[in-house]
Design a protein around this ligand. Structure first.
Ligand code: ZN
Length: 320
C-alpha cells in the first residue's frame, strides 16, 4: 500500500455539539462552541454535526446554530453537518450554508407523533420538499441530504419495529430524494447481531452505496461492540460524541453517544486510519469542561491513557 497517498479508512463524525449539547442543561456560549469545533478540526476531525435547526424554545442550547454553521464553514476541509426536523429547518440550514443535512424519520410512528407530531406520510412529504429545495440550488451549493431512520433498533413506546416497515420507510426516503439512508440507535437497543441485520435489510432495499454510516448509542454498554459489527458489514462512517457528552438519561454514569476518544482509539489500534491525532483530541476535552463545568465527560481512554508503545494507524501513515 502506498502510505503517502493513503486517505483515511474510517470517517469519525463528531456529533457532540449537536447530540451532546442538546442533552445537557448547560448552555455552551457561542465562543466555546467555536473553540471546540476549531480544536477538533485541528486534531483531524473532518466532519462535525454542529447543531440543529429547531425552534429556540424547544432547544435553547442550539439557538445559535446558524452562527455556528457560519463559523464552521470557514474551517478548510471540514464538512459542516446539521440536523433538521422539517422543511423550515432545512431552509435555514441551506441559508446558513450547511454541507450536510440530516432529516430524522422515526420508524416507530408512535415515536414520530410524540416527538415531531408528524405521521410517517407527513415526514416523507417533508423529505420530498427538502429534496426539491436542494435540487433548485446550483449544483455546487447543494448540501448532501441524509434521511436517518431513528429508533430503527427498537422504540421505547412500540418496542421492535417490523422489518417490512423499516424497509418501506428506507425506500420511501430514497424515493423522496434523499442521497443516503442513516441508521440511528436512538434508544440504545442495538446489539451486534441486530446491527448486522438492519444494515443488510436496509441495504437490500436501497443498495449498499446508500448506507455507509451509523449513529450508535452506548446506553447498554454495547456501543463499540456495535461499531465492530458495523465495520464488519463494511460501514465507513461512525458518529460519536467527545467525552460521551450528554450522558444517558436511562443509565446514570454511562455515556449516551459513543465516546469519540474511545472510538478513535479502537479504530487506530485495529490499523484503521481516522486521520485524527488522539493526543490533540484528548486535549479538546479541556475546552468543553471549562465551558460547561457542571456536565460530566466520559471515556475510558482519556482516563487510562494510551498503551505503552502504542502507534496509531494514522501516525504510521504519516511517517512511513
Ligand atoms: Zn443520538
Amino acid at each position: 500500500m502506498s502510505e503517502a497517498t493513503r486517505t483515511t479508512d474510517i470517517l469519525v463524525s463528531e456529533v457532540g455539539p449537536r447530540d451532546g449539547l442538546q442533552s445537557v442543561a448547560s448552555i455552551m456560549p457561542l465562543d466555546a462552541k467555536k473553540a471546540w469545533i476549531a480544536a477538533e478540526a485541528a486534531a483531524g476531525v473532518t466532519e462535525i454535526e454542529v447543531g440543529s435547526f429547531v425552534p429556540a424554545r424547544v432547544l435553547p442550547q442550539l439557538a445559535d446554530t446558524a452562527e455556528v454553521v457560519a463559523f464552521a464553514r470557514t474551517i478548510p476541509g471540514l464538512t459542516v453537518a446539521v440536523l433538521v426536523p422539517n422543511l423550515k429547518g432545512a431552509q435555514a440550514a441551506i441559508a446558513a450554508g450547511a454541507h450536510k443535512i440530516t432529516l430524522p424519520l422515526s420508524v416507530s410512528e408512535t415515536h414520530s407523533l410524540a416527538n415531531l407530531r408528524r405521521t410517517h406520510a407527513q415526514v416523507l412529504e417533508e423529505a420530498a420538499q427538502i429534496a426539491a429545495a436542494i435540487a433548485a440550488l446550483p449544483v455546487a451549493d447543494r448540501p448532501h441530504f441524509e434521511g436517518s431512520l431513528s429508533t430503527v433498533f427498537g422504540c421505547t413506546l412500540e418496542g421492535a419495529i417490523p422489518d417490512a416497515q423499516v424497509a418501506r420507510l428506507a425506500e420511501g426516503l430514497m424515493a423522496a430524494g434523499c442521497d443516503e439512508i442513516g441508521l440511528s440507535d436512538t434508544t440504545g437497543y442495538a446489539d451486534p447481531r441486530a446491527v448486522r441485520h438492519i444494515i443488510r435489510l436496509v441495504r437490500g432495499v436501497v443498495g449498499a452505496g446508500a448506507v455507509t454510516g451509523i449513529h450508535l448509542h452506548n446506553t447498554r454498554g454495547l456501543g463499540l461492540a456495535n461499531v465492530l459489527a458495523g465495520l464488519e458489514e463494511g460501514l465507513t462512517t461512525f458518529d460519536a460524541s467527545l467525552g460521551g457528552l450528554g450522558g444517558c438519561p436511562f443509565a446514570p454514569g454511562a455515556s449516551g453517544n459513543i465516546v469519540t476518544e474511545d472510538l478513535v482509539f479502537m479504530l487506530e489500534a485495529m490499523g484503521l486510519s481516522t486521520g485524527i491525532d488522539l493526543d490533540r483530541l484528548n486535549a479538546v476535552r479541556d475546552i468543553v469542561m471549562a465551558a460547561i463545568p457542571d456536565e460530566d465527560m466520559y471515556g475510558f481512554v482519556p482516563a487510562a491513557g494510551l498503551p505503552l508503545g502504542f502507534i496509531p494507524a494514522t501516525r504510521k501513515d504519516r511517517t512511513v
